[in-house]
Ligand binder design. Structure first.
Ligand code: PLP
Length: 846
């Protein structure tokens, strides 16, 4: 379609500012403008939360009327002024470290969850990317994000009367989405192309404004593309590997080309998962052209400023493409460049840096990302360990402890998840704007009286139930009518759930490892809790199963069937089509959020963080973020002591977890919730809410997460990257090519140990085969044992052996341990490199 079709409607002069207000997704978390959107079209606003759609659905007559309405004009002008002030305000970044990220950060991700009206996400990864972007806006961090504009996105879910999941792919008309087309200087679409076999794919580009940040979105639905190619950006995760490769090429290659066309030269390139690794290749290729170098120099020059964040918990979770598919697809792209398809395939292997790598066999997107990045991180403390284990093949002969995977625990964008009630309480406790600056200390939530906290909880729960009754009038009650059980829909829905009852929430992807059926292991025990007259429990569930995940679909069916049992009717509710809108309602209203993934499969988990600000409590597996956050005064953990080893018997493991879950509910959660004093207040529960809000809300916010990425990753990466001039990079390539030739010959020739007074002095004689000794680190390693913790001690070079060619003597003294506990090793040592990422060469005394 021509760009003219997407030109915004003309508005009365006096209301022209509505366009930029409506196109800034800030309205998805900042509610100052709600009154405007509601005045324009309350019904559309309430049902879609899409200000752009609201603006475009108002008739010209109504618009003219509003342009004369003093009340509306006053609100409008206030909002325009406020938005202006927001754009120009000082921010945390502009005050505390302005300019330190140079030209900023490009953030690549396959999906973004910003609002339910921009359905470009499937779950946790996308919501995290959306929250990252919103928090970057709050802090004023120069981030520009790149993604795909899916015409259909992830499937929409309905569930039939049998409990089977039905999948729908409604078309998202881009004119209805809060995005605007990106035009070139000629006023027509920006022209981005990606070469494919026998054709060039034409891409259109869109912009979503996210406060101070932008999300650029590519789509291939240009009528001049072949029909199949127009559909590259239609569905998210549709399962076809070739389509997937096409999408990843469009995102990575097209994404980087788009930035170039806009003259954006980001200093940092941050990959949120390996799907977008082609961006790093395209970055190196374009740098190579600019600087007239070879590809390896370009790769070396850019590597320190590329960051790879992985959210994967099993090696099988990484995308892998066959070499025949890769060769077919990358050949047209790489034609004329110095990078051959064979070399690209090498870089997609665990030993891609070494001479042993071949140009055959599949390409793994995670290895490609690693071979192109200077740093890598997981997304929780536990996930850091898991990541080290997964990355082990990339670092042959390195102990897991020394594998350079860092971690930044995920966080959520607090202002997107709080309720009006909790917002009011927090404003009382710590003032306005609290989420936009670092919250270092806990807020004085202690000053908020118990009665007010409890009133907040009741109001939130009541609002959730009201929402569910309305929503389910078209779902649950309708179905019962079909079955002839209940005639009157309104009455049926009026009986759903109860405002005073302890409400448990469980919502996430329905897939085996998340164990959504854990609570159903002993159905009768659950029924007794639901059916308890004095201290009842009610449960709200939601979640989609991937279209190919039969097991996940069965789990949904199981819950649907369970919810039909007479004892569960009106007390167990499954809400269809889980999305950001439903998530927002659930995390505000539920008392307890349940998460019970099978350890250690949950990389981090974020949904439980969303209840913190609202005074909801977590009952969760001791895994992911909860393993860091949990203490007995803030919530409940399922089996904190359990270890990985038990995984070998997963049935037994599941059973033990289920039993503990029932115990916690029956003996701790339910009694504490209903244990009210003479004022009707459950004091112990309220104390727990206060502790959870105080201790965890700021710590698990995206605000904290973004600042941690800056301090621990971006800033050191910028510093290292700055030293990597084209000359330095070329020198490094030459020098390390040499070192790699010598490396197989480096060895230990003799080791001696003297012991006295509890100390051992190790002396080693090493042969360096011509490698400069200042490039070599000799270390003495002892693993943890009964004799002490793990230690890595740098040995000092004493002298060169005169009688030998390139032999050196190194020495160090360490506390005595039995023979065989200390082992010397050789590795590279170079301040100019990120090691061992950039060169994992290592040699042990054998
Ligand atoms: C937060 C969120 C998720 C992630 O939930 P997890 O518990 O981390 O799996 C998934 N989907 C939606 C809609 C969310 O809001």
């Amino acid at each position: 379609m021509t760009l003219a079709a997407y030109t915004p409607r003309s508005l009365p002069e006096s209301l022209a500012g509505l366009i930029s207000l409506a196109l800034d997704l800030r309205w998805s978390w900042h509610h100052g403008g709600d009154v405007l959107w509601r005045a324009l079209d309350a019904e559309t606003w309430d049902s879609t939360h899409n200000a752009w759609l609201v603006l475009n659905s108002v008739s010209a007559e109504r618009m003219a009327e509003l342009a004369e309405d003093p009340g509306f004009l006053r609100h409008y002008q206030e909002q325009v002024r406020a938005h202006d002030a927001f754009i120009h305000a000082e921010t945390w970044y502009s005050k505390s470290c302005p300019g330190s990220l140079k030209s900023g950060v490009a953030y690549f991700c396959m999906e973004y969850g910003l609002s339910e009206c921009l359905p470009l996400y499937s779950g946790g990864l996308g919501v995290l990317a959306g929250d990252f972007l919103k928090a970057s806006s709050d802090l004023g961090v120069p981030v520009i994000a790149v993604g795909l504009l899916y015409q259909q996105g992830y499937f929409r879910q309905a569930i039939n009367t049998e409990g089977d999941q039905l999948e729908f792919y409604p078309y998202n008309d881009p004119t209805m989405l809060p995005v605007s087309p990106l035009a070139g200087e000629d006023g027509q679409w920006l022209r981005i192309t990606v070469p494919f076999p026998g054709r060039d794919i034409r891409l259109r580009a869109w912009k979503a404004q996210v406060g101070r940040c932008q999300l650029l979105l590519l789509d291939s639905n240009d009528p001049r593309n072949e029909p199949g190619d127009r559909g590259i950006t239609s569905e998210l995760y549709n399962g076809d590997p070739e389509k997937r490769l096409q999408q990843e090429m469009v995102l990575g290659i097209g994404g980087w080309r788009l930035l170039r066309q806009l003259n954006i030269e980001p200093t940092i390139c941050h990959l949120n998962e390996g799907h977008c690794a082609f961006a790093l290749i395209e970055r190196a290729l374009s740098w190579q052209i600019d600087h007239q170098t070879d590809f390896e120099t370009a790769r070396t020059a850019n590597r320190p400023t590329n960051l790879f964040t992985t959210h994967t918990s099993v090696a099988a979770g990484f995308d892998v493409f066959t070499d025949s598919l890769i060769k077919l697809y990358v050949e047209p792209w790489l034609r004329g460049s110095q990078l051959t398809p064979e070399r690209l395939l090498q870089l997609g292997k665990q030993n891609g840096s070494s001479a042993e790598a071949t140009g055959n066999g599949p390409l793994n997107m995670a290895w490609l990302a690693l071979n192109m990045s200077g740093r890598v991180n997981g997304v929780s403390r536990i996930h850091q360990e898991v990541t080290k284990a997964i990355l082990q093949p990339f670092f042959p002969r390195w102990p897991a402890d020394d594998i350079p995977a860092g971690y930044v625990t995920n966080g959520i964008h607090t202002p997107s998840w709080d309720s009006p009630e909790s917002d009011a309480i927090w404003t009382r406790a710590c003032g306005k704007d609290r989420w936009r600056r670092p919250l270092l200390h806990t807020c004085p939530m202690a000053d908020i009286p118990d009665a007010d906290l409890w009133a907040m909880r009741l109001a939130q729960r009541t609002r959730l139930i009201h929402y569910l009754r309305k929503r389910l009038a078209s779902q649950h009650c309708r179905q019962d009518t079909v079955h002839g059980a209940v005639k009157d829909q309104a009455a049926a829905c009026g009986l759903l759930l109860d405002n005073e009852t302890l409400t448990l929430g469980f919502a996430r992807r329905f897939t085996d490892y998340k164990r959504p059926d854990l609570l159903l292991k002993h159905e009768e025990r659950l029924v007794r809790m639901l059916d308890n007259r004095d201290r009842p429990l009610q449960i709200v569930l939601a979640g989609k199963a991937h279209p190919y995940d039969e097991r996940g679909k069965q789990l949904i069916k199981r819950w649907k069937q369970f919810s039909r049992r007479p004892e569960a009717q009106g007390k167990v509710i499954f809400v269809e089509d889980y999305d950001l809108g439903i998530a927002t309602q659930l995390v505000q209203g539920v008392d307890v959020w349940l998460n019970c993934p099978r350890h250690p499969w949950e990389a981090c988990g974020t949904s439980g963080m969303k209840v913190l600000v609202n005074g909801g409590l977590n009952l969760s597996q001791h895994d992911g973020w909860w393993a860091e956050a949990w203490s007995s005064d803030v919530g409940w953990a399922i089996r904190p002591g359990a270890s990985f080893d038990e995984l070998e018997n997963s049935d037994r493991y599941d059973e033990d977890d289920a039993l503990e879950l029932y115990e916690i509910l029956e003996h701790e959660v339910i009694p504490e919730f209903y244990q009210a004093d003479q004022d009707g207040l459950p004091r112990a529960w309220l104390k727990r809410i206060r502790a959870s809000m105080d201790q965890l809300t700021a710590a698990y916010s995206a605000n904290r997460m973004v600042r941690e990425y800056i301090d621990a990753f971006y800033l050191p990466m910028v510093a290292l990257g700055q030293q990597r001039t084209p000359e330095v990079a070329a020198g490094l390539v030459r020098e390390y090519w040499e070192i790699d030739q010598h490396w197989p010959k480096l060895r230990f020739r003799a080791v001696n140990m003297d012991e006295s007074e509890g100390m051992q002095t190790y002396t080693v004689d090493v042969y360096l085969d011509g490698v400069a000794e200042h490039r070599i680190g000799v270390e003495l390693v002892a693993e943890e044992s009964e004799y002490g913790p793990r230690t890595v001690t740098e040995m000092a070079m004493k002298y060169a052996l005169s009688g030998s060619s390139h032999g050196f003597v190194y020495q160090c003294a360490v506390p005595a341990r039995p023979e065989g506990h200390y082992t010397p090793r050789l590795r590279l040592k170079d301040q100019r490199l990120s090691l061992p990422m950039e060169n994992p060469s290592i040699a042990w005394l054998n």
